[in-house]
Design a protein around this ligand. Structure first.
Ligand code: FAD
Length: 390
């Protein structure tokens, strides 16, 4: 990762929003499972919600390496804020990378820049588990209008979003895997909440189930197949940006553990505290995680900028790399926070201490569930039967 992208002005801005706003509200957002409204408002003020929109349409045209670094920065202060930000960017990525051949989506991007609109995602559905490549619901087009209804199990910040990007079957006759995405705008849909969001972690993402009912213009159906936008955009952006923010959680855990060890060293000058050994071990694990996130973000960006462009993101080799990143980072974040907790001891276990790691640990445990790791291992296993360069 070049210094420019990972330590540039936008990353500094994310650190400032993180430390001055997100961190101030993080404990209360977590305790009350409430939307991190202050931090998201600050990200809007900084115009970061349109980071991925091309400059010609008024956005920043931010690339993968820098966006990942912004997610890592936010993840150090409030993982729920970082996850809302990352999920929004994943939706914007689908639109800017697959929709700009359509005048509707070009105009929508200009409006997104202007109003800093927040986009939520509905891939989950009652009856398909966490298989994002399968839908039961279908978009029904009649002339230039559509009707789309979906019974979703989990919709992050559904009640706070301005729009929702929804996966569904192309039409009533289509197979479950023959999907498209539809951007449905506020005022065009209703949400009937069907479950609560009282979870172990990531409480501020506010992600209960909803019965979603909508009508809109057929132009709001994202051009192309979801099979392509999933492989070329949704999966890589999800796995890289999520890994980036999990790295933020892990980095903050490391920094709390390091402060705790240094405090112990100051209490006993001239001695190396026994926990320093564990800290060295932690630093080693964190470095592996960081290198993996940075390498894969850079690889992805280079492929996007290569002559083959989007096509190069559809290879088995790239898909395996994405799967491995997600599995590895979602596992390491839990290990790292747990190791940090052992170093901080009871001070890490307490909720009211400056070394507290309870929220980090609870948030980290969501990582392996967000697209279950065994589901991902299953996909990699099938690919490895035919992929010879592993
Ligand atoms: C914090 C958070 C925010 C979320 N936000 C959203 C959102 O905004 N929008 C949205 O649509 N969804 C969202 N989700 C839902 C998420 O995308 C998944 O749909 C959901 O976490 C999967 O639910 P599940 O574990 O019940 O399902 P499953 O994926 O069906 O997993 C159930 C169990 O079956 C196992 N399993 C499944 N398939 C296989 C397989 N092929 N091989 C082996 N084992 C398998 C899994 O490992 C797991 O143990 C969110 C989830 C979380 C945790």
């Amino acid at each position: 990762m070049s210094n420019d992208a990972s330590q540039g002005a936008n990353v500094e801005l994310a650190h400032r929003i993180g430390s001055e706003i997100a961190a101030v509200h993080a404990a209360e957002v977590d305790r009350n499972a409430r939307f991190p409204a202050e931090a998201i408002a600050a990200l809007k003020d900084a115009r970061l919600l349109s980071a991925l929109v091309p400059q010609e349409l008024g956005g920043m045209g931010m690339k993968m390496v820098e966006l990942t670094a912004v997610c890592t920065a936010l993840g150090q202060y409030c993982a729920a804020t970082a996850m809302v930000f990352a999920m929004h960017q994943i939706q914007v990525a689908c639109i800017v990378r697959h929709g700009l051949g359509s005048e509707f989506f070009r105009q929508y991007c200009r409006e997104l820049v202007d109003k800093q609109l927040l986009i939520g995602s509905i891939t989950s559905e009652v009856g398909v588990g966490g298989d994002t490549r399968s839908s039961i619901c279908a978009v029904e087009v009649d002339g230039d209008r559509f009707v789309l209804n979906k019974d979703a199990t989990t919709v992050s910040y559904g009640a706070h979003a301005d729009e929702l990007l929804v996966t569904c079957r192309r039409d009533l006759a289509a197979a479950r895997s023959d999907q498209v995405m539809v951007l449905v705008r506020r005022g065009q849909y209703t949400l009937e909440q069907t479950s609560q969001w009282d979870t172990l972690g990531m409480r501020g993402t506010c992600s209960p189930g909803f019965k979603f009912r909508s009508r809109g213009d057929a132009a709001q159906i994202l051009p192309g197949d979801y099979a392509d936008s999933s492989g070329q955009t949704m999966v890589p952006y999800s796995h890289i940006l999520w890994s980036g923010l999990w790295l933020g959680i892990a980095s903050d855990a490391m920094s709390r553990a390091a402060s705790s060890v240094r405090a112990e060293a100051r209490r006993n000058p001239g001695t190396v505290p026994p926990t320093a050994l564990r800290l060295a071990e932690l630093s080693n694990t964190l470095q592996s995680m960081r290198s993996n996130v940075h390498d894969v973000a850079r690889d992805c960006q280079e492929l996007q900028e290569s002559a083959e462009g989007n096509e190069s993101l559809l290879t088995l080799g790239f898909a395996l790399k994405m799967n491995n990143l997600k599995i590895s980072c979602s596992t390491l974040v839990v290990q790292i926070v747990h190791q940090a907790l052992l170093i901080c001891g009871i001070q890490g276990y307490k909720n009211d201490s400056k070394f507290s790691l309870g929220r980090h640990l609870r948030d980290a445990h969501s990582a392996q569930l967000m697209i279950g790791n065994d589901r991902i291992y299953g996909r990699s296993a099938s690919m490895l039967l035919v992929y010879k360069d592993a």
